[in-house]
Design a protein around this ligand. Structure first.
Ligand code: NCD
Length: 467
């Protein structure tokens, strides 16, 4: 098998078997670092970083050089033609002609997808806004796998900014893919976005229980638990009594505590002034004295700010510098797969089957409501057609293929209105019985009544148009 010419935009782009194959190659490479020099000789990696980075960029560049390849780089958005209004697609086609592989970090969600669609060479997403950061996730998983020799059945707590943390979003899906249980410990106000939860439940199965009433347990354990995701591979008999099941669960301890900093650069206007620090529990020696943390791996993608005390560094449970160091063999393995320098032996491991949703791609289309989505930016809207997956029908829910945000459109119509299915060109409430009679391939959706009217559709109660 080969991953040659594939891109890594979200963590779903790799199956569990491919991830395991990557880990065994990374093991081999870290044991023989000096011998990898010939693997990617003559290949060029373009690293395009339009947001700050230390670890990700340096480790990608070091990885490529250790493979004998070379690196061309751009790190200041002001020094590129993007500042002159060049689109990502144009830049992709140009850089695609200069290099053999692209690594991109960009503030717009879905930017790496667009790059991959137009570059003609493999593209690796090194972080696109608050969306995903799949290679950080590979380093995180690799660390868990090395320390615990499995991921399945582990209890992993995610701590801090679960709303904007892109490393969190990729990690959630990866943990679910491998059958771990996830404990959500968000800083209040920075809970996991609904579209991430929806995808978690519909695509990976399992249950999510909100634990509003866990005050006492929370206090006893100094553990601000908000929700728990239980994987379908480890059914919990006590799931009907969440408080009890969680207390029993937690007795065995937490396998890893994944701490993140508040992603202040992504806060919206209302969040900027708020002091999350006060309610943002610091992971320190005192907290880690709790019974549940006896054998816990303390992880962090770094950089840390105030949420993880320096006094933890000397503790043998701390893993964050190991995570960063392991970025080199993991990224070396990934680059050699995508450049076709190594084929892979995929071990037999279960992977949840991909879910095929109907696609909404229509001349009449709402735009993605996420202001950070690549598809609505002035330079990109000129050529990118909005595209969505119809992920749910009750309530009707669309998911943007670029940023993966979901939304529930207010009104619907059908392209089928000529065939007499709907007797005039009318639009209807998305939750009306009409909406359910429209086949996905005929569906037209609107966020506002004015949009429908602008396209010549009449309200459903309109009767003047009969003939
Ligand atoms: C993370 C990122 O950029 O999302 N950093 C990293 O790549 N290790 C985490 C962060 O910035 O908080």
């Amino acid at each position: 098998m080969s991953l040659e010419n594939k891109s890594l935009v979200t963590i779903d782009d790799l199956s569990n078997g491919e991830i395991m194959a990557l880990f065994s190659l990374a093991d081999g490479m870290s044991a023989n670092m000096k011998e990898q020099h010939g693997l990617c000789q003559g290949k060029i990696m373009a690293s395009l970083f339009f947001e700050p980075s230390t670890r990700t960029r340096l480790s990608f560049e070091a990885a490529m050089q250790r493979l004998g390849g070379s690196v061309i780089t751009v790190s200041d958005i002001g020094a590129t033609s993007l500042s002159k209004g060049e689109s990502i697609a144009d830049m992709a086609r140009v850089v695609g002609g200069y290099a053999d592989i692209i690594v991109i970090r960009h503030p717009w969600e879905g930017a790496a997808r667009v790059m991959a669609d137009y570059a003609g060479i493999p593209v690796i997403n090194a972080g696109d806004g608050g969306h995903q950061h799949p290679t950080q996730t590979l380093c995180d998983l690799y660390t868990i796998q090395k320390e615990r020799h499995t991921i399945k059945g582990l209890k992993i707590a995610l701590w801090g900014d679960l709303k904007y943390g892109r490393t969190i979003h990729s990690l959630i899906f990866a943990l679910a893919k491998f059958g771990a249980d996830i404990l959500f410990c968000p800083s209040p106000g920075l809970e996991v976005p609904q579209h991430v939860i929806d995808k978690l439940i519909t695509e990976y199965g399992g249950d999510l229980e909100k634990l509003g009433s866990l005050d006492q347990t929370a206090k006893d354990n100094l553990f601000p638990l908000d929700a728990i995701y239980t994987t379908p591979s480890s059914p919990h008999q006590l799931a009907m009594m969440p408080d009890i099941s969680v207390q029993i669960e937690l007795k065995e301890g937490v396998d890893a505590l994944y701490v993140t900093r508040p992603q202040k650069e992504r806060f919206d206007a209302g969040e900027e002034g708020r002091d999350f620090k006060e309610k943002y529990p610091v992971v320190d020696k005192k907290l880690l004295k709790g019974r549940v943390f006896r054998k816990t791996l303390v992880m962090h993608p770094l950089p840390r700010v105030d949420e993880l005390a320096y006094e933890v560094d000397a503790d043998e449970r701390s893993m964050y510098f190991k995570q960063a160091t392991r970025g080199i063999p993991v990224r070396m393995a990934l680059l050699s797969f995508l450049l076709g320098a190594r084929g892979l032996d995929v071990p037999e491991v279960d992977s949840p089957p991909p879910v095929d949703y109907p696609v909404y791609r229509h001349d009449i289309s709402p735009v993605c409501p996420n202001p950070k989505c690549v598809s609505i930016q002035a330079t990109e809207i000129k050529y990118l057609k909005p595209e969505f997956k119809i992920v749910k029908t009750r309530p009707l829910t669309l998911r943007c293929v670029y940023c993966e945000h979901g939304f529930e459109p207010k009104y619907v119509a059908s392209t089928d209105w000529h065939e007499g299915k709907l007797d005039t060109k009318k639009y209807h409430d998305a939750d009306s019985h009409w909406a359910r009679t429209i086949r996905p391939e005929n569906l037209i959706v609107f966020n506002k009544a004015e949009e429908a009217q602008a396209h010549g559709f009449k309200p459903s109660h309109y009767t003047g148009g009969h003939h």
